[in-house]
Design a protein around this ligand. Sequence first.
Ligand code: TYM
Length: 347
Amino acid sequence: MDRPVILTGLRANNDLHIGNYFGALLPIVDMANRRAGAYEVHLFVPDLHSFTTPIDHSLLQAQIMHNLKLFVAAGLPLDNPNVHIYRQSYIPAHSELAIILNSFTGMGQLGRMTQYKDKSGKLGDDIVSVGLFDYPVLMAADILLYGTQYVPVGDDQTQHLEFARDIAERMNSKFATELFIVPEPVAKQREFFGGATGQPKGLRIKDLIDPTKKMSKSDESGRGIIFLGDTPEAAVKKIMGATTDSLGAVNLDPDNQPGIANLLQIVALLSNQSLDTVAEMHQGQTEYGTFKKQVAEAVQAFLVDFQARLAAVDEVKLLEKLLASETKMNDVANETLLRVQAAVGLR
Ligand code: TYM
């Protein structure tokens, strides 16, 4: 493929939330709508990544299909021939490349990954899987198979992106060949997507109850998370119950007022304005209840609109596109895999 590739994946371990939506889904959908003539745009479900932490497997199939529908509801243009939508496990080259890359990856490097340390810290030793440890290698395979240059992801995935660059460079130098296209440096990527979300840095929406940690779909209680499938009423309740502080005036001060800063960020994203503009509008507001009500109204309007678009998704068309993309992407991925197999002496 000659056009540069923009690619991202969203796991199907649960319903998506507004962090996933604004951190990864909207930036790539925006690119697909504005730039698909100049780029190949890949949006896929990393289904093999779904159970790196424990899930209810009887729900996975339905969740995968649901998440694919969310992509379309978010505005992914299925008619565009440069847009590709697929499930990771339907393209076996992902797993095969990951197995090869494993042998060129140090245990130490994977053990230092922040996400691995965070997630494994919460699980018992018997539940921490090799899959969780190896997560970044499979993710690197996802990226490198298609010669990807740009990967819109939230801030929490920066280290994994750096790892993909790192292993691509190492393999290229070891085998003295242009084996992989190295994804752009992360700072350059942020610039590239900056226009889409107004985020020069990677985005990190915080949990509403504990605004010192990120909103995460693996979180059990769900009270601090706005899921795309939440009823507007439930979402309003969650916003009204969001943790704030005792300072009593709205300011953009993430260190001292993380809850307020998070709510300002959510309003900025929902209204497609810069964070500074929104902060200025609410600066000094002393009634947190009134402020939260304004945030809740914006969230409610967004969910009503999004869910109407979700209900209108043409499932037949989605399935046709999915199967066509999977056939095509198997060819593209197998070409890269063969090149790697030849380089390491397997072919
Ligand atoms: P997942 O499903 O955990 O997250 C999907 C995307 O949502 C972003 N994200 C957030 N962004 C802002 N604020 C938050 N609170 C927040 N929480 C999550 C994540 O950064 C991510 O971009 N490892 C990927 C899945 C993946 C992938 C890939 C991505 C597998 N292979 C290849 C890109 C390329 C992940 O975190 O999924």
